[in-house]
Write a protein that binds this ligand. Structure first.
Ligand code: PHE
Length: 372
């Protein structure tokens, strides 16, 4: 990882309450899909690089090999994430120990790189989030972060105030990027909140009859610049999810496919070929199994999904809450429908029944629930 060998014991410690990294996540560390030039994520990364190289004559320094193992300080404190923000919880983030996490966003590197004196940079890497399971969510995905710092002469000449100038430049740069990737699309800006930017925006594009969020961005909080010794500057930052864009650009229907080593997937993509449409080689039927149980107050859907993935791995396509009620005694029951489907072969009844029994056993043993 980042040129360093990571031992499993350094990342996974079952039974240690300060650690919540499962084996399935450890196996993803160091794969670096974004550094493969023939992989859709690498092709997309390179296309974004081309845009920045073309418009800023190589001014942006590129980092795509920074270790995903970062401190809590880097991931949260340095980018002003409040102490009580949900993203800090063990339910949302993978902790290696109380002070170390698998980065949940590439923003974890902003402060360090600013401190080192970089004024224009792009950081690409794998990021990790505990989450629910469906065709667009996977606990490991890839982001690209961009940061640009301006000095006073750049906005003074414009007659605008620093923040308005940075916001205008940011929108222009990212609209250009969206056109570079998607062609002439309709776009809109939506106001939002991030702890590290103010104002903050999301860019949406109209694609296949839907508005789709493309990225988050904003004008960097002055406090972050101040801490890096840049009292007199202003900056913008953006962060975009590569899978989300690649799914649309290459017509990839399921986020698990990015991890496939099946040649019928990998052979369809080649260096420099952005937007070649993926031809599904199979549509194997899904198989649905329901599981119902009485929950306790510590139950969370993210924990359930982790247990299911621990048993079924990438054979699970979706976990969906289909029934939820509380009886007169105040006990709450949940029913989840699990969709099993391989992207590579058909599954036998026997195999799925076996998986479902193992899932039931693991759910009962690990989640403090009572099966119905
Ligand atoms: N880090 C944010 C996310 O993961 C994206 C972002 C980056 C937003 C930089 C603003 C500026 O959602």
């Amino acid at each position: 990882v980042g040129g360093v060998k990571i031992a499993k014991e350094d990342v996974v410690r079952e039974g240690d309450p300060t650690n919540n990294v499962p084996d399935t996540i450890f196996s993803k560390l160091g794969q670096q899909l974004h550094r493969r030039d023939n992989h859709p994520l690498g092709i997309l990364k390179n296309a974004i690089f081309d845009y920045f190289d073309g418009n800023y004559s190589g001014k942006f320094t590129k980092f795509d090999d920074l270790s995903p193992i970062v401190s809590v300080k880097e991931n949260f404190d340095d980018v002003l994430v409040p102490a009580d923000h949900v993203s800090r919880s063990y339910n949302d983030t993978y902790y290696i120990d109380a002070h170390t996490v698998l980065r949940c966003h590439t923003s974890a590197h902003q402060a360090n790189l600013l401190q080192k004196g970089h004024n224009h940079f792009l950081v690409t890497g794998d990021v990790y989030r505990r989450d629910s399971i469906d065709s667009t969510h996977y606990p490991v995905f890839h982001q690209m972060e961009g940061v640009r710092v301006f000095s006073p002469d750049e906005w003074l000449a414009s007659g605008m105030d620093a923040t308005s100038y940075a916001a205008m430049d940011l929108k222009k740069a990212l609209e250009g990027l969206a056109r570079h990737l998607f062609g002439a699309v309709e776009m809109r800006w939506v106001d939002t909140y991030f702890p590290f930017t103010n104002p903050s925006f999301e860019l949406e594009i109209y694609f296949q009859e839907k508005w789709m969020e493309v990225l988050g961005c904003g004008v960097t909080e002055q406090e972050i610049l101040k801490r890096s010794g840049r009292m007199d500057n202003v900056a913008w930052a953006f962060g975009l999810g590569l899978e989300r864009l690649a799914m649309v650009l290459f017509d990839i229907p399921d986020i698990r496919l990015f991890w496939s080593t099946d040649e019928r997937f990998t052979s369809q993509f080649s260096e420099g070929q952005l937007g070649v449409k993926f031809k599904p080689f199979s549509k194997f039927p899904p198989c649905y199994k329901d599981i119902s149980f009485w929950i306790s107050d510590i139950f969370t859907e993210n924990n359930l999904c982790e247990v299911v993935r621990g048993i079924a791995g990438d054979l699970v396509e979706e976990v969906q809450l289909i029934d939820n009620f509380t009886n007169k005694k105040g006990m709450t029951s949940h029913c989840y429908r699990i969709a099993y489907r391989s992207t590579e072969r058909s599954l036998t009844d026997e195999e799925i029944n076996h998986l479902q029994w193992s899932v039931r056993e693991a759910v009962q043993n690990k989640l403090n629930v009572v099966l119905r």
